[in-house]
Design a binder for this molecule. Structure first.
Ligand SMILES: [Zn+2]
Ligand SMILES: [Zn+2]
Length: 140
């Protein structure tokens, strides 16, 4: 048995190669500094663990891992995808700052699947916010 939720998370074995939850193709390991994220060789979607996502959203140039062309989501389609790590059905989330960004999140291990182009999109928005806040502070 596990004493904490974290211990349990660590016990989840990451298979060497994840299968893309969306298109079923193999995902490749992409290295960015000390991070390793999984990118689909088919649709170029990105799989980020909760930790990766938190760090990468503030690390400079991390959006370079998101190389695919902007994916246009078919919102009428009911996409049911399972977490590639723990196989829990994932929940569709809407980015509260950018409602045009929809992504899938695992309610159990908190991993996130971003379609190609989405992570890049979130990053550019964060940077704009950062400067806006900076200028706001300077004017005070
Ligand atoms: Zn894929
Ligand atoms: Zn999961």
């Amino acid at each position: 048995m596990f004493e904490t939720h974290d211990q349990w998370l660590e016990s989840l074995e990451q298979p060497a190669t994840l299968k893309c939850p969306k298109c079923g193709k193999d995902m490749e390991k992409v290295h960015f500094h000390r991070f390793v994220v999984d990118r689909c060789t088919g649709c170029k979607g990105l799989w980020l663990s909760a930790m990766d996502r938190e760090y990468l959203s503030v690390v400079r140039d991390a959006e370079t891992i998101d190389t695919g062309p902007r994916h246009v989501e078919d919102r009428s389609a009911k996409v049911k995808i399972d977490c590639p790590v723990c196989h829990t059905p994932m929940i569709r989330m809407v980015d509260h700052k950018q409602p045009h960004i929809w992504y899938e999140s695992c309610p159990v291990c908190y991993g996130v699947f971003h379609d190609a182009g989405e992570f890049r999109d979130t990053k550019s928005h964060n940077i704009v916010d950062f400067f806006r806040d900076l200028f706001r502070q300077e004017r005070v």
